[in-house]
Structures are given as structure tokens and as C-alpha cells.
Design a protein around this ligand. Structure first.
Ligand SMILES: C[S@@+](CC[C@H](N)C(=O)[O-])C[C@H]1O[C@@H](n2cnc3c(N)ncnc32)[C@H](O)[C@@H]1O
Ligand SMILES: [Zn+2]
Ligand SMILES: [Zn+2]
Ligand SMILES: [Zn+2]
Ligand SMILES: [Zn+2]
Ligand SMILES: [Zn+2]
Ligand SMILES: [Zn+2]
Length: 474
């Protein structure tokens, strides 16, 4: 898959050509020890230099040699099949028995047993039923690189809850951005009166879905890989005068400010296409971990976090399986709609809280003093009278710090320990980047973000790891 990864990544920068003019990459800024700084372009999709080595100093010329090299990378990793070829392979496969249908996981292609000989050394998935072909996420090996595509798939119970939320919103058109299972559920259903368009970076779905229903898209820079035609399909879909809802489940380590920026862009495209007033709001279901709530609300101020825990089939940490986080899944749905609209299954441990007028997890006990169901992480919080708020059950009130703290924390006087320092840096990086986005610079990129780069052992660890550490240690 290494080749495809290159295309995903480098394609962003170079397909548009003229890297310094139209390139939708993100502009970063590195601060040097002499107090000066220097800007560079890097990838907005990958969060680890190991995954994507694209790097270009902003003040250096993008030489012909360098461009040729990257062009070759892209060319080598472009899908070999055209739209017609993909459609022909699908029709051919549909015309034979399930036992004669094959998906080659190495070549990412559909074939019949008659063409098997070319794939002797490959991993082949067979047989394939009609239902499987309409739900490829049921058998495609998930791309699980935590720092890149991070493809974690909803358990069917969570698909049902999200579909119910869409029904509550009276959605007729659903734009699924990084949510293949929601797309598949809508496309397969005969009962639901909804249509869906799927936007995702994973090109493997092209073997199964037509270009009218699936577009390769990068949600970090609102980039459509297949050019004008793809953009038109998207525009036409959002322009129809039926209720549109956006559902997005991005990779969790993604930069929140970029995700928010591009969701707002979709909302603006929708307003423009339908000639709506600027105050009209596109309903959104945004799926992200609960401990990112401050960052989500900082960027999406009209949103509220619901207390429903999203379950995944293949995520060791975010599912409710044996290796799951100790308090169940950490992932929640954020909405820009009243929380009271949505109910969650009693059979899965949810109840309606009358004073709050919303559905919450059973462990989330209503606090009369706070006048709310205050738990965020699936545990029952404890009210601290000194702090005058509910806190995590494992925290104790520390007189030294004058607030509730994790039991193993080191008090102010003793200096912060490693984790706290790292978390502080993480918060600082996010805050800095958010402030910087507000000061958006008018360079030729659609979005220029200056971020202070952290040294490897300091704050430059990947957010995802820090999330996990934060979750474990609190
Ligand atoms: C956490 S998974 C969500 C899948 C969802 N839970 C489901 O079951 O439908 C993230 C999804 O976003 C896609 N993705 C990852 N990076 C992306 C990017 N830069 N732009 C668009 N989609 C991306 C992945 O291919 C994957 O389908
Ligand atoms: Zn990258
Ligand atoms: Zn093969
Ligand atoms: Zn309550
Ligand atoms: Zn309380
Ligand atoms: Zn306290
Ligand atoms: Zn203390």
C-alpha cells in the first residue's frame, strides 16, 4: 500500500502544480534558536513526518528536479484503472456467482476467478455476496495507521443510533465525510428516504461505488482529487432543495482548526448553492473524542457534545471490547442542534434526564448543585464543594493546589511531572494554532497556519498518543 499512501499525500501538494501558488498545503513556521523563524510547506493530511516526508522551505525555489521527482511519485501511485475500467470490473464481477468473485487486497481490485492467475502472490478475499459488494467496509482490511487514515469503523449499534439521529433531523440528503458505514447504510436501505454522497480519502471505494456517489476527498484541505467533475457532483448534491445533513468522523489526531475550517466551507458552499442567508445553519453530526471538547467548542462554538458513546468494530481503545478504555468508548457526537432532539437506546444504558432535557448515559448522575448531568467520560462524577463543580471520581481535592487533581499529581510547589508538562504543551500548541488561524495570513494558500514546531522529545509527540495518555492517567 505504500504507493497509494504516496499518492494520498504528495498528490495534495503537487497535483495542483505550482506548489507555491495554488497548493493547498499548510504553511508552518519553525522557530529557530536564534529567535528567527522560517516558513515551510508540509502536508495537512498526515501528522507524522515519517508518514509523509513532503517538505519545502517557503523561501526556496521549487526546482524542476524536485518537481519531476514528486511528479513521478504521484504518477507511480495514481490508480491504474480508469472510471470505465472500474465500472467494467464491477459489472463483470456482479455477473458471476459469489464464489467466483474475488477482491485482491494487494492490488486493490475486483476480479473474477478467470483472472486469478495474475494474483498468485496476493491476498485474495473470496467469495463475495451482493450485500458485501454494496458494503465493502464489511470486508476491506481497514487502514489503521493511527497517524494517517485511521480507519475505525462503526459497530452496527452505532450506525443505528446515527441513522436514527438523521431521521430525527428529517435528513433527506446526507454528506458522509469520512463515514463510509453511514453511506453504506443509507445506500443499502430501502426504508430510508435519504440519499447519500460519500467523501473519503480511501480510493479503494472506487471499485464499488460510482463517481456519482463516491468522491475522493481530503477533509484537511477541502481538496477533490478528481477535479472539476468531482467538484460539480458535490455542488449538485448539496444544491438540491432537500434537507441536507453533514456527518463526519475524522481521524482523531487531525488538526481541529482545519477540520472546522473545511466544515464551515462546506456550509458556505451549501448556503451559496441554495441562496440562503448567512445565519442559516447546516446541521452537522461531528464525531470526535470527549476530551477534545474544549478544542471542538473553541472552533465550532454552536456545537454541543452529546453523551452517547460511539462504538467501533475494530478500534482496540475506542470500542467497548475487552481492550477498550476503562470507561467505554471515548468518542462522542457533537451537534449544532438542540441536544433534546436525540434519544439513545435504554438497552445500551441510556436514560432521559428531565431537568437537563436530554438523554445521558446511566452513570451520568444529575448533580443538583451544578444543575446538570456533568460527566463527560462515562463515569459518575463527584461534586466538590470547594471547587464548586463536579470532578472525575478518581480526583481528590488538593489543598496545596486549591483544586481537585489526579491523585498522583505533583503539586505546584514540587513542579509539574512529565505528563502534565506534555499535556500543558499540547494545550498550548492547540491554543497557539487556534489563535494563529484567527490571524490568518493572506498568503496564496487557502489556509495558512503558522505553528511553532516542537522538538521530538518535548511537545512534538503525536496528539493521538497524548490523547491516550491523557485518558489513561486521569
Ligand atoms: C475514524 S474513520 C471513520 C469511519 C467511520 N467510523 C465509519 O465507520 O463509517 C476515518 C475515515 O476518514 C477517512 N479519512 C482519513 N483521512 C482522511 C482525509 N484526510 N480526508 C478524507 N477522509 C479521510 C478514512 O478513510 C476513514 O474512512
Ligand atoms: Zn502528509
Ligand atoms: Zn493482486
Ligand atoms: Zn441531568
Ligand atoms: Zn456538581
Ligand atoms: Zn475540589
Ligand atoms: Zn496539588
Amino acid at each position: 500500500m505504500a504507493k497509494l499512501d504516496h499518492r494520498w499525500v504528495y498528490g495534495l501538494h503537487i497535483q495542483n502544480s505550482g506548489i507555491l501558488k495554488k497548493c493547498p498545503t499548510v504553511l508552518f513556521e519553525r522557530f529557530q534558536s536564534n529567535g528567527r523563524s522560517r516558513q515551510y510547506y508540509a502536508c495537512s493530511a498526515c501528522r507524522d513526518r515519517k508518514d509523509c516526508s513532503f517538505f519545502h522551505w517557503a523561501d526556496e525555489k521549487f526546482s524542476k528536479t524536485k518537481r519531476d521527482l514528486w511528479d513521478k511519485f504521484i504518477k507511480d501511485s495514481e490508480p491504474k484503472d480508469t472510471e470505465e475500467e472500474l465500472s467494467r470490473s464491477l459489472n463483470e464481477v456482479l455477473s458471476v456467482l459469489p464464489s467466483e468473485r474475488i477482491y485482491c487486497a494487494n492490488c486493490s481490485t475486483l476480479l473474477t476467478t478467470a483472472r486469478r492467475s495474475k494474483h498468485k502472490a496476493c491476498t485474495l478475499i473470496t467469495p463475495l455476496t451482493d450485500i458485501q459488494l454494496t458494503q465493502p467496509s464489511s470486508f476491506l482490511p481497514p487502514r489503521e495507521s493511527a497517524k494517517k487514515e485511521a480507519q475505525y469503523l462503526f459497530a452496527s449499534s452505532s450506525v443505528d443510533v446515527i441513522i436514527n439521529m438523521l431521521v430525527k433531523l428529517q435528513a433527506k440528503r446526507v454528506l458522509c465525510v469520512g463515514a463510509p458505514r453511514i453511506y453504506e447504510a443509507i445506500a443499502m436501505s430501502e426504508k430510508l428516504e435519504m440519499s447519500a454522497l460519500m467523501l473519503d480519502i480511501d480510493e479503494r471505494f472506487q471499485s464499488f461505488f460510482k463517481p456519482q456517489s463516491f468522491l475522493r476527498y481530503n477533509m484537511f484541505n477541502h481538496y477533490f482529487f478528481d477535479g472539476k467533475k468531482a467538484k460539480e457532483t458535490y455542488q449538485n448534491f448539496i444544491a438540491e432543495k432537500e434537507k441536507l445533513v453533514l456527518v463526519s468522523d475524522p481521524p482523531f489526531g487531525g488538526r481541529m482548526e482545519l477540520l472546522a475550517h473545511n466544515m464551515k466551507r462546506i456550509e458556505q458552499d451549501w448556503r451559496t448553492a441554495r441562496h440562503l442567508d448567512p445565519q442559516e445553519q447546516l446541521p452537522v453530526l461531528f464525531i470526535f473524542p470527549y476530551f477534545m471538547e474544549p478544542q471542538v467548542l473553541h472552533n465550532l462554538s454552536d456545537f454541543v457534545m452529546l453523551d452517547y458513546q460511539i462504538d467501533y468494530d475494530n478500534h482496540p481503545l475506542y470500542s467497548s471490547g475487552p481492550k477498550s478504555m476503562k470507561n467505554g468508548s471515548a468518542v462522542r457526537v457533537y451537534v449544532n442542534q438542540p441536544a433534546s432532539l436525540f434519544s439513545f437506546p435504554e438497552s445500551e444504558g441510556y436514560h432521559y434526564c428531565k431537568p437537563c432535557n436530554r438523554w445521558v448515559f446511566n452513570n451520568n448522575k444529575h448533580c443538583k448543585k451544578c444543575k446538570g448531568c456533568m460527566s463527560k467520560d462515562g463515569r459518575t462524577y463527584r461534586h466538590c464543594d470547594q471547587c464548586m463543580k463536579c470532578v472525575k471520581p478518581s480526583w481528590l481535592h488538593c489543598t496545596e493546589c486549591s483544586r481537585c487533581q489526579p491523585q498522583d499529581h505533583k503539586c505546584k510547589s514540587q513542579g509539574v511531572n512529565g505528563f502534565q508538562r506534555q499535556y500543558a504543551i499540547f494545550v498550548e500548541v492547540l491554543t497557539t494554532s487556534a489563535q494563529i488561524v484567527q490571524r490568518k495570513r493572506n498568503v496564496e494558500n487557502p489556509l495558512a497556519v503558522r505553528m511553532q514546531e516542537r522538538r521530538k522529545k518535548g511537545g512534538n509527540r503525536h496528539c493521538h498518543q497524548i490523547f491516550q495518555k491523557k485518558e489513561r492517567e486521569t
